[in-house]
Design a protein around this ligand. Structure first.
Ligand SMILES: C[S@@+](CC[C@H](N)C(=O)[O-])C[C@H]1O[C@@H](n2cnc3c(N)ncnc32)[C@H](O)[C@@H]1O
Length: 184
């Protein structure tokens, strides 16, 4: 997570309606920062809490299944007193369709990233933003490829250090789901 980028994007979505979602929580480092940036918004935290789902791993995905395991209860304890709510499971099986203003995608794998981007874009209010943390990481080539396969026509991909973000046009077509699955 890059605090300066998150600060800038949080200001950008200040007037955009909706909740905040993070998919890929691990111990809650970036989630904790999101609670400080969005203290009055509901924050949905999606993770297996048993680490990367190995059954979704492709050959271009580097990290092993089970990496980044962390107890959901430790995250809940760390974020107690905030508006964060943990939603355990292999995403997107537990995904709920709420209007969102900000989505943080940090899931490493191709299929996980593609699922988050397609879902997040659909839920995003006009003017909202999706940040993908793994773009450009040599250990997360699958995530980078998923961004390229998903990027909706006409949407601008903004590059930052080892991550990227996309804003839904304030007057854009909210029914577009992006490029959709196109496995390598
Ligand atoms: C790199 S870690 C997240 C790091 C975290 N954002 C931080 O700031 O420390 C990646 C996380 O994605 C989760 N993950 C990957 N694919 C997933 C999926 N399909 N469903 C749920 N969680 C997933 C893993 O369990 C892991 O905790």
């Amino acid at each position: 997570m890059e605090a300066a980028l998150f600060d800038k994007l949080a200001k950008m979505v200040a007037d955009v309606p909706g909740d905040v979602a993070e998919v890929g929580v691990h111990k809650g480092d970036s989630a904790e920062y999101l609670t400080t940036l969005f203290p009055t918004r509901q924050l949905h935290l999606y993770d297996t809490f048993t680490g990367l789902p190995g059954q979704l791993k492709l050959s271009i995905d580097h990290n092993r299944g089970g990496a980044f395991a962390c107890s959901r209860h430790l995250v809940e304890e760390r974020l107690s007193g905030t508006n964060a709510i943990c939603r355990p499971g292999i995403f997107p099986e537990q995904a709920i369709n709420e209007p969102l203003c900000f989505v943080h995608c940090d899931v490493d794998y191709y299929y996980s990233t593609l699922a988050v981007l397609c879902w997040g874009w659909q839920c995003l209010s006009p003017g909202g933003v999706i940040v993908c943390d793994d773009y450009g990481f040599s250990t997360c080539l699958g995530a980078g490829l998923a961004v390229k396969h998903w990027l909706p026509e006409g949407a601008e991909l903004h590059l930052a250090v080892k991550r990227c973000w996309v804003r839904k046009e304030p007057t854009g077509d909210s029914n577009s789901t992006g490029g959709g699955p196109n496995p390598p």
